[in-house]
Ligand binder design. Sequence first.
Ligand code: NAP
Length: 233
Amino acid sequence: MNIIITGASKGFGKSIAEKFAANGWNVYMCSRTEKTLYQTRDELRQQYPSVKIEAKPFDLGSKTEAQAFGKWILSLNISIDVLINNAGSFEPGSAYNEPEGVLENMIAVNLYSAYHVTRTMISKIIEQKQGHIFNMCSIASLQAYTNGGAYSISKFALAGFSKNLREEMKPFGIKVTAIYPGAAYTDSWAGSGVDPKRIMESNDIAEMIYAAAKLSPQACVEDIVMRPQLGDL
Ligand SMILES: NC(=O)c1ccc[n+]([C@@H]2O[C@H](COP(=O)([O-])OP(=O)(O)OC[C@H]3O[C@@H](n4cnc5c(N)ncnc54)[C@H](OP(=O)(O)O)[C@@H]3O)[C@@H](O)[C@H]2O)c1
């Protein structure tokens, strides 16, 4: 079985790659920075020598690169069993006064990336008559909060994409799951001063995705909402 993960050099993406590789899945992944991506690829190859781990750098904030990533996967002639649209970034701010261009950037990285990657691969997934697409939304897709701004707007939009895709894919036997995590400790939290024990671990998210991917073909987990035990920060 094969899993395709965007933004897998660190954070949730890397934890998801580890979880699936540990269970015998081949992993195909991307992120922007070549050095960290190849470091992660090499680490995973060492840890899980019996599976295939392939990686190639792409900046999914660009439409042509998002499509190129999809085309690279298609060129490998593998089944696309699970696709995780995880790549994303967070710029804190408020919609009313954040710098010009932040919304465009957040929409490109957090929404268009998933939209174009999925559209490039979808005909192949439909042909297979099976497959599972996960979209990494956020609690910020469900509610507004201080400093959410363009990030929250882009994650609401990603949830909209995910809900539409879920409806569209029903007749084809393709599952679509939206994941809505609250705060979980990754590099995006490094230097924030937040106690890692106050929020979730990135492995918590990987465990839930793996469980959702293992259900019978008749069952689809539509939404996964996860929060720290003590609630949002
Ligand atoms: N951590 C949380 O608390 C939390 C909560 C809710 C939702 N999320 C969402 O979960 C996802 C992963 O977050 P994370 O905390 O794991 O972040 P992270 O540790 O910063 O990792 C993000 C990954 O995405 C890659 N990436 C970023 N921009 C990219 C681009 N334009 N093209 C290709 N790859 C790109 C990064 O590598 P490069 O920088 O080298 O490209 C990295 O591999 C994001 O969508 C985020 O919004 C996170």
